[in-house]
Design a protein around this ligand. Structure first.
Ligand SMILES: [Fe+2]
Length: 200
């Protein structure tokens, strides 16, 4: 039987319009995070070559430096010290802290297990931060173009994030979470099989 060839990177987590904030530059930068996630998941699922841990961590730090700067400039122009801006900046700081903690896992975990932690962290970040918080903030920015006040724009954003959008967002969040859990479980099972095989 002919074996199917596995491509270098499998798009297990494809870009979905539900991730779109409607601000092109932010969306473009978010895509680079999804691309990195796909490289890591491809390695876990199919043992496709992965970049070293230092490179992965380096890319995440670079992403944080460039992308958060872009976002924060946009938020600052529109939110000016509002509570939404303050909690958003705190979330960005937490991302960086978490990346540093993930890097430290290499002292007591094998490479693939550190990657599993990174994949779980990134899928949660995409679900909770990008689809939820970034998108809500972007809706406020976009509402300003119709001449709203900050409070009106926030109310509009909240209304838009409720209802049908809420259902769509929750579906995407659940799907992402399931995919990540499935990939991690598959990797663990394969590793257990390999370990059992090496003992015989
Ligand atoms: Fe953000």
């Amino acid at each position: 039987m002919e074996s199917s060839k596995i491509p270098d990177t499998v798009e297990i987590f494809p870009w979905n319009e539900v991730f779109s904030t409607g601000i092109a530059l932010i969306d473009e930068q978010h895509r680079t995070l999804i691309d990195l996630l796909n490289v890591l998941v491809s390695h876990l699922a199919f043992q496709v070559a992965a970049p070293g841990l230092n490179q992965v961590i380096g890319e995440l730090k670079e992403y944080a430096a460039v992308h958060f700067h872009t976002e924060e400039e946009i938020w600052r122009r529109h939110f000016q010290g509002d509570s939404w801006e303050i909690s958003h900046l705190r979330a960005h700081d937490d991302f960086v802290d978490q990346v540093i903690r993930l890097k430290a896992e290499e002292d007591f975990k094998p490479f693939d297990e550190v990657l599993e932690s990174i994949v779980t962290f990134l899928t949660q970040w995409i679900a909770l931060h990008i689809i939820e918080s970034d998108k809500r903030m972007a809706k406020v920015v976009l509402a300003f173009s119709s001449g709203c006040s900050l409070e009106q724009a926030k109310k509009l954003a909240d209304d838009e994030m409720a209802g049908a959008t809420r259902t769509l967002t929750e579906t995407a969040m659940t799907l992402y979470d399931k995919l990540a859990q499935h990939t991690v479980r598959m990797t663990r099972e394969r590793r257990a099989l390999m370990a059992a095989g090496s003992k015989t």
